[in-house]
Design a protein around this ligand. Structure first.
Ligand SMILES: Nc1ncnc2c1ncn2[C@@H]1O[C@H](COP(=O)(O)OP(=O)(O)O)[C@@H](O)[C@H]1O
Ligand SMILES: [Mg+2]
Length: 357
């Protein structure tokens, strides 16, 4: 009995993408389907290379197709193509599929730490990632990424630095480190223009933007002028931090930026005996997310290696990938990527994939 394309696609219609809650065929994720006698081969194109469920999807697809009578062998190639919700695309004609702002109510809560580790994780998973340090008051991402300066610029464009597979641009590269940063409207606008149109970003799946803390002029004009596909809010668990975080949530709402979720940082300290000390209280970030009806993206423990990694230019997920804190940061990055896939799918102009063969 010969295996037909219809039979293979019918089998793959039984396999769900767990995050997007649709089957692989409806999502146009199957490519290059080839059938030669009992040999079936195809590619599954995920919506992000940072998909934690890729091996589950692969094995379910394999099981479904192997069950078709006559199939002797199934060869599956896994690939990814990150969709865009269309907001980011086209602005200043930049080929950036998703721009994600990381915001916080105040400084010192770990906004840059989250931005750096999320960017590095997405890049390590195989995505094309840019990191824009737009915190005009405290641009310390170059230090955290171990980069001192930009490569030489071309005649009219800035070339981003690169570290851990991430393209990096920082306002810190453009100003004298010892000079106070006093920003006025026109300067801010020219900085934003420089960040976007004067930088050779190339094609990016994700541009992670570290915003200035708070909801003052600087954060607001940046959030407004960047083509954001989503916003993430970083908070500590305690009440005062949550109050400020709520204002950041409101800022995104007013600017009509989809909120990808809340991250709670410095949630607890693990003691040598294995018990947990809630230094800043606990559960506040999750409650805030619930109240605001936005996703909770995860809690990050207090871990000295995070601070060491930041100061030494080696993000903790690179320096200490074995630690629970690295695991927490990886999961947050994966949830952000999944949230963007879902948002893009809901916008309906998503998945740029067609079935062939
Ligand atoms: N979970 C954590 N455990 C330990 N130190 C942390 C943690 N998160 C952040 N830090 C440290 O706290 C300081 C402030 O974090 P940072 O990311 O610079 O905050 P922000 O960008 O919000 O000002 C940095 O020295 C950083 O390394
Ligand atoms: Mg910072």
């Amino acid at each position: 009995m010969s295996v037909t394309q219809e039979a293979v696609l019918a089998a793959l219609r039984q396999v769900q993408e767990p995050e997007l809650h649709k089957d692989l065929v409806s999502l146009n994720m199957i490519r290059d389907l080839r059938i030669e006698g009992g040999e079936v081969s195809f590619t599954i194109v995920l919506t992000t290379p940072a998909c934690p469920l890729r091996s589950r999807i692969e094995s379910e697809a394999r099981a479904a197709v192997s069950a078709i009578p006559g199939v002797q062998n199934v060869a599956i190639k896994m690939d990814a193509s990150v969709p865009s919700d269309g907001r980011a695309r086209g602005l200043l004609s930049l080929p950036i599929r998703n721009a994600i702002a990381i915001a916080s109510g105040k400084g010192g809560v770990g906004k840059s730490t989250v931005a750096v580790n999320v960017a590095v994780e997405l890049a390590q998973s195989g995505a094309r990632v840019g990191l824009l340090d737009a915190d005009i008051y405290g641009p310390n991402i170059p230090t955290m990424m171990g980069v001192q300066r930009l490569p030489p610029a071309t005649k009219d464009k800035l070339i981003p630095a690169e570290a851990y597979g991430v393209k990096l641009m920082s306002i810190g590269f453009l100003v004298n480190p010892n000079q106070p940063l006093i920003w006025r409207g026109p300067m801010l606008h020219s900085a934003i223009r420089q960040f976007l149109s004067d930088v050779v970003w190339g094609e990016l799946d994700y541009l992670i933007v570290d915003l200035p803390p708070g909801t003052g002029d600087a954060a607001l004009s940046l959030a407004q002028s960047l083509p954001l596909s989503g916003g993430v809010i970083v908070t500590l668990p305690q009440q005062v931090s949550l109050e400020d975080a709520r204002r950041s949530l409101e800022m995104f709402r007013q600017l009509d930026v989809p909120i990808l979720g809340v991250v709670e940082n410095m949630s607890y300290l693990e003691l040598p005996d294995g018990s947990r000390l809630d230094v800043f209280g606990s559960g506040g970030g999750e409650r805030l997310a619930q109240e605001a009806k936005v996703p909770f993206l995860g809690s990050i423990p207090i871990e000295p290696a995070v601070r060491q990694g930041g100061d030494s230019g080696q993000p903790v997920i690179i320096a200490r990938p074995d630690l629970p804190v690295a695991q927490a940061l990886r999961q947050i990055a994966q949830k952000i990527a999944a949230g963007l896939s879902v948002a893009a799918l809901q916008q309906n102009n998503a998945i740029p994939i067609k079935i062939v063969g």
